[in-house]
Design a protein around this ligand. Structure first.
Ligand SMILES: CC(C)(COP(=O)(O)OP(=O)(O)OC[C@H]1O[C@@H](n2cnc3c(N)ncnc32)[C@H](O)[C@@H]1OP(=O)(O)O)[C@@H](O)C(=O)NCCC(=O)NCCS
Length: 153
């Protein structure tokens, strides 16, 4: 899916990251050992490796991560991204995940929109969201649209 960062309103990156529903929002490059454990145990796959290689927005509860959204990780270069990674106007979004115990209270959409805002602040005109699961979520909360459907290598 692709997001046109010029057309969609996102919270200004210059705003201090405000708490959302009692959770602190924090941005940093890479991940700590605790964050790696959280991502591995909650989502598995290559997500911790991707988060470790990029920038992340975290939702934190009492110093512990409960959600995250990675951006601009370019170390893991999936085959279906080759064309998009070559474009200097396209930033890379994801993965995005929120712990099961705190879903449905807005953390996912806040993290996603913060991330899109950060990509816009870096000068990108578009954000590519690769290998999307919840298409409707990205359409509704991020103004994203499907631009490519994968049929396998
Ligand atoms: C997708 C995800 C990040 C949403 O996080 P969240 O904190 O629950 O999101 P929000 O509370 O901001 O938004 C919830 C809304 O999104 C909708 N939503 C959540 N998952 C959805 C899905 N898979 N498909 C469609 N809509 C979805 C909810 O129904 C809810 O809608 P409502 O506002 O009408 O009640 C979370 O469900 C998650 O971590 N899923 C597993 C990992 C995943 O699939 N990540 C995306 C990879 S591309």
């Amino acid at each position: 899916m692709l997001v046109d960062l010029a057309l969609t309103e996102f919270k200004d990156e210059a705003d201090p990251p405000k708490a959302h529903a009692g959770f602190a929002l924090e941005k940093r490059h890479g991940i700590s050992a605790n964050e790696r454990t959280f991502i591995d145990s909650t989502f598995g796959g290559s997500w911790a490796a991707e988060a470790g290689a990029g920038w992340n927005w975290f939702a934190m509860a009492d110093g512990a991560p409960v959600g995250f959204c990675t951006f601009e990780q370019r170390f893991h270069r999936w085959w279906w991204l080759t064309t998009w990674l070559a474009r200097s106007d396209v930033g890379v979004f994801g993965p995005l995940g929120v712990h099961q115990s705190v879903r449905g209270i807005g953390l996912g959409s806040v993290l996603a929109r913060r991330t899109l805002c950060s990509l816009r602040s870096l000068g990108f005109a578009y954000a590519i969201i690769p290998a999307v699961g919840p298409v409707e979520f990205y359409e509704r909360y991020c103004g994203a649209r499907v631009v490519e459907r994968l049929t396998g290598p």
